[in-house]
Design a protein around this ligand. Structure first.
Ligand code: ASP
Length: 313
């Protein structure tokens, strides 16, 4: 069986079974990165372009390594050194690149809907690597994968997402992903950083971290998206941190087997102390590690690969 979708634009549009199929396929890619020779010929002869209009460390490098481990030829585009600075439009940029015979395009852009827009004007598959505050599907898939590996299941877990929910594509994709897979999701932050209507996406809302924390099996902490904050959403970072930053003291309220996550980059001392980020509950580096397997699975499936949890490549 093959994956029916041509593009990966967001988790909102995916069915539970499709998400589970991607996670199952990712299982078989974990081991490749543990081999001495970390390369399989799955995408040999294919060219993938990583079109990044916004800064990125983990996602861009993870996609590039995933593509290389699958033997694709990869090209990295950074907006600041491209003709975008001369005023070339997104559509022209992407269509010119496609004319060179590329097989897949990964895009990160500050405009919500940028990936969906390109999917409409290009013939090759498009993967959304983050579109403004809208969605970041591969981040949510790797978060789901990490939790499934750590906890053995997602169904029935209480997942608490803390921080700047309003501006976070990670929060949106994770609300869709965890809810679809049977977890109960609560979002927590100052009222000014909780988007109205988030309950309609399947999340409960809390404005009190001390109240919500003891119930959580998984706590996902998010960064304040300073690049997207137009107005003043809270008085000072210090006050934010006192109320919503995760520190060792607040962690005493958490379950003894709680799982702590963060998509990175971490502002240490703002949303999370180093003691929590590097502490025993943290799976933050595991998220990064599994991100590779998940992105390899997504690239493989969109290139026409078979859905599977057992194949060796
Ligand atoms: N790296 C994630 C993103 O690109 C989270 C963040 O930037 O805070 O959305």
């Amino acid at each position: 069986m093959r994956f029916e979708r041509r593009n990966l634009l967001g988790l909102e549009e995916l069915e539970r079974g499709e998400i589970e199929s991607i996670l199952d396929t990712a299982e078989s890619f974990v081991e490749i990165s543990e081999r001495p020779l970390k390369k399989v010929p799955v995408l040999r002869g294919m060219t993938v372009v990583n079109l990044f209009f916004e800064p990125s460390t983990r996602t861009r490098i993870s996609f590039e390594i995933a593509e290389k481990r699958l033997s694709a030829d990869t090209v990295n585009f950074a907006a600041t050194t491209s003709s975008a600075v001369k005023g070339e439009s997104l559509k022209d940029t992407a269509r010119n690149i496609e004319s060179m015979g590329i097989d897949m395009l990964v895009i990160r852009h500050s405009a919500p809907g940028a990936a969906a827009y390109l999917a409409g004007v290009l013939d090759c598959p498009v993967i959304n690597a983050g579109d403004g505050a809208h969605e970041h599907p591969t981040q949510a898939l790797l978060d789901l994968f990490t939790v499934r590996r750590r906890r053995g299941r997602i169904d029935g877990l209480n997942v608490l997402i803390v921080g700047d929910i309003l501006h976070s594509r990670v929060a949106r994709s994770n609300v869709f992903g965890f809810s679809k897979l049977g977890a109960a999701v609560t979002v927590c932050g100052p009222p000014t950083l909780i988007p109205p209507g988030i309950e309609d996406l399947g999340a409960k809302v809390s404005f009190d971290l001390l109240e919500a924390l003891p119930e959580a099996d998984v706590v996902m902490v998010l960064r304040i998206q300073r690049e997207r904050l137009g107005d003043c959403f809270f008085p000072t970072l210090r006050e934010y941190s006192d109320l919503f930053g995760l520190d060792e003291k607040k962690m005493e309220l958490a379950k003894s087997d709680v799982t702590v996550m963060h998509p990175g980059p971490i502002n240490r001392g703002v949303e999370m102390t180093p003691g929590v980020a590097d502490g025993p509950y943290s799976v933050i580096l595991g998220q990064v590690k599994y991100g590779l397997a998940v992105r390899m699975a997504v690239l493989y499936l969109l290139s026409g690969g078979e859905l599977s949890s057992e194949d060796t490549y």
